[in-house]
Structure formats: structure tokens, C-alpha cells
Design a protein around this ligand. Sequence first.
Ligand SMILES: *Cc1c(COP(=O)(O)O)cnc(C)c1O
Length: 382
Amino acid sequence: MIYLDHAATTPMARQVAASMEPYYAKDYANASTIYEFGEQSRHAVERAREIIARSLHARKQEIYFTAGGSESDNWALKGTVEAYKEKGRHIITTQIEHHAVLHTCRYLEEQGYEVTYLPVDEQGFVRLKQLEEAIRPDTILISVMFANNEIGTIEPIAQIGRIAGRHGILFHTDAVQAYAQIPINVDFYHIDLLSASGHKFYGPKGTGFLYIRDGVKTASFIHGGGQEQGRRAGTENVPGIVGIGAAAELAMHTMSERIYRETRQRDRLIHAIQSRIPGAWLNGDRYARLPNNVNFSFEEIEGETLLLLLDAKDICASAASACSTGSAEPSHVLTAIGRKPELAYGTLRMTLGEGTTWEEIRITAEAVEENVKLLREVARME
Ligand SMILES: *Cc1c(COP(=O)(O)O)cnc(C)c1O
């Protein structure tokens, strides 16, 4: 099997699974207990927090463990607007966010908040001038994703952070696709809140964290016990936290090598498709894109059918994003970058990963070329 859907999820690394194993049945103590036996769990949780803090150039107490990217996004948005509602009720985000942000914003609109959904340009970039123009005296939060999960475009995060800071507005970024893939320094980028998810970087599913800068107020997301400094209650998922910590540590070690290899493999695949298949449109920016993302819209074909043909050759890819598969609407991201529906429906996303080989890139390029041509011939005969 050739797995090219790492933006949907990644396989858990063997070392990560091994690191978690002792904390299920052997060292099972509740991390909040005071006896000696609980010390191991507590220590394991704090070690993971330390690793993640270091990976972001943050402080330990700024990392809060959650049950995944969606929870982190929900908390970042609902928690901060609740805490700052006296200051204002206006939020700025973009049209290309993940649904964990977009649907939370829709919910907040129902609660009386106002949301500006910034358009993006043809490459998927937020226009800084439009961001500045959208800022109002009652704007309390700007939420812009670090990198887009469908088209891979990396947003101008440092500039956005600087604009937010200059206006005294909090800046949240959904970094689920970027964290552990590319280096992130929360101070350099002026980030106040950052969401990440374990299963997107070879860690366990159902784990994540939210970075909250010291001094930023947020309402508690889960009320209950005093875990996570009283801001996110519930007995710690010790194996999961150990796992996301181990995945972060591993990712930091392998990052530069992975970026170097994936970027070249990505560019090889992009070049192969562009040079061999006419009517193939690259989605997302050519350069400011995630090292592992390849996304094309092909004229005159159905992406879903192409996926099935590739699946028959044991190649796993994605039509748009896993979240919108099965829905009849073209992806909101492709619509936002101006792809016409006919072209948007012919979209294929391939996201490379740790185990991707050059041989797989070659086989995939051939399979895509062969099947796009086949589908076009069939369409012309009808
Ligand atoms: C996958 C993803 C999420 C959701 O993360 P989960 O851990 O699956 O809840 C949020 N944002 C982006 C950009 C994602 O790619």
C-alpha cells in the first residue's frame, strides 16, 4: 500500500507506541494523587509538557493538554471570547480555516459575536491589508491557521502576529498541520494561542494541546477538578500525553531531514504531474507550502472517481479534505481560492510522510497520469 494521506492522519511511530505502553496497565496511577506510585504518572505528564514547551520556545506552564485539535480550537475561540467579552465581541478569521474553527465561529455568531471571514488570494494567502482594514475597536481575537490542511499554503504568520500585537488583539493559530512539520517559535511569530493535534505528527489519536501565552485569560473549557491549572478538568490521559510528548520529541529530531526529503519528493511529484498531464492546476502556493503537500485540480475529471481508481492500485489519497468527503459541495478552501466548481470537483490531494519512498513517488506519478488520461478518454466517449 502507498499511503499519501498524512494530512488526514499519520501512523503512530513505533517508539511512540512503546513509550505509552507502560502507562496503561503497569504505571496506571492517577497523576493527581500524592502517594509515591502517582509520582511516575505525574513525572511522565510533566516531562511531555516540558518537551512540547521546548519545541515551541514556550514555557512549561503555557502548555495545556487536550483531546485533540478540534478541542484545542474550540477552547481557544470560545474560551478567549468569553473571557474578553467586556472588551468587545468581534472576531476575525479566514474563509479557509478548518471546520473546527469555522463551525465554532458560526456557533459564536449565534451567541451574539460578530465574525469577519477574510477572503484569501489565489494562492490561499490572507491579504495583510484586508486584515488591517477588518480590525475594529471591538475586535478581541484574530484566528488564522498556520498552514492550510487542503492546499498546504503557509500563511504570513509573523506579520499577522505583529499586526494583532500592534492593535492589542489576541492572536490564535490553528497549527495542527504545521506543528512538528516546520519550526515554530511562538515569540518570533507573536502567537498568543496555538492548537496542535497528536495524530497529525505520528502520535496517538485523541490527543492534542493548546498553547496559551502567560497572562492571556481564557474561560475554563471543562469544569471539574484542578487538572491543567484548573483550566481543563479531567483525569489526565497519561498514556496519551506520554505519547504526544514522545511524538513531539521524535519529530523535533527528524524534522530537518524530513523537510529536506519531503520537499524534494513533493517537488518531484509536482513536476511529474505538471510536465506529463495537461490541464493540471496546482492548488496552493508553489513555495510557501507544507513540505509534504501536493494538491492538483484536473480539468474534465471527477476527483472521487480518480481516488477510487488509485485505491484499486493501493494508493491512498484524498479528494479534498477528509472532513468534506461525501458532501456534494465543492471544498470551501478551493472555492475561496477561486477554483470554479467543475475544476474543484477534479481535485486530488496527496500528502507525503515519514515512510514515503522515491519508488512510491514514481509509481504514484505514473498511476495519476494513467488514470487521469483514462478518465478523460471515457468522458470524451460519452
Ligand atoms: C485535523 C485538523 C484539525 C482537527 O484535529 P483533530 O485532532 O482531528 O480533532 C484541526 N485543524 C486542522 C488544520 C486539521 O488539519
